[in-house]
Design a protein around this ligand. Structure first.
Ligand code: DX5
Ligand code: ZN
Length: 230
């Protein structure tokens, strides 16, 4: 079993002291930093863009795990690569209406977006909203076009929401066929809900409020590692 990657979501950090918060959380044991990018259109919230990522890059050598909850994510690939993003995860639903997709045939627009991300020098991830089927990603995974799948376990847009337990079943579907794949769960992950996510096959845990809101973030991350190892 590969080791767990913990990617605290800086959405729950103090944006006024972001560089210090990033440094602190990495020193306390975080593996990656999860950066939630929202455009007020794909989701009803506005957060961080490439200029903030670029500024943070000057203060941190951490792996920047960027989750783009935006319409037309292709528009930002070059800017994020230049800013120093390591993983660029776009939403499948932002490229094509899932109703138009099938589990047996790759859609050229999705293939192109994934290829553009890698050509820009980043790892390519695809995120799924809770209602989008995991099987729709099989054609791209079979072609080796993706480095990671992000399974949303809340509706995207805000931190601090309730974990949707049924969504983790998607991790099991993917894990069965792709033993080496990075499968990230995001939304409502705590030391407790991490157990179900780990059982289903997730190996990258995002947590915002559970880590940044804790009095002892190191302890929470430790508990998550124990849940994964169990
Ligand atoms: C939700 C974001 C998450 C969010 C998670 O749209 O994608 O990354 O920050 O926050 P918690 O862990 O508080 O649910
Ligand atoms: Zn996220």
């Amino acid at each position: 079993m590969s080791s767990l990657i913990i990617s605290p979501s800086i959405l729950s950090a103090d944006f006024a002291t972001l560089a210090d918060e990033c440094k602190r959380i990495v020193e306390l044991g975080a593996d990656w930093l999860h950066i939630d990018v929202m455009d007020g259109h794909f989701v009803p919230n506005l957060t961080i863009g490439a200029p903030v990522v670029q500024s943070l890059r000057k203060h941190s050598k951490a792996f920047f795990d960027c989750h783009l909850m935006v319409t037309n994510p292709q528009q930002w690939i070059k800017d994020f690569a230049k800013a120093g993003a390591d993983m660029f995860t776009f939403h499948l639903e932002a490229i094509v209406d899932p109703q138009q997709l099938s589990s047996s045939q790759a859609h050229p627009a999705v293939v192109e977006a994934a290829q553009q991300v890698r050509a820009a020098g980043m790892k390519a991830g695809v995120a799924l909203k809770p209602d989008t089927l995991a099987e729709l990603l099989l054609p791209y995974l079979q072609q080796g076009l993706l480095d990671m799948v992000l399974v949303l376990t809340v509706q995207p847009g805000f931190g601090g929401q309730m974990f949707m337990a049924e969504a983790v079943q998607k991790c099991a579907v993917l894990r069965q066929q792709f033993p080496q794949l990075l499968i990230e769960v995001d939304g409502g992950i705590t030391a407790e809900t991490a157990v179900a996510a780990a059982e289903a096959g997730a190996n990258v845990f995002v947590a915002g409020s559970a880590i940044f809101g804790a009095a002892e973030p190191a302890q929470v991350m430790q508990q998550m590692r124990q849940a994964y190892a169990a």
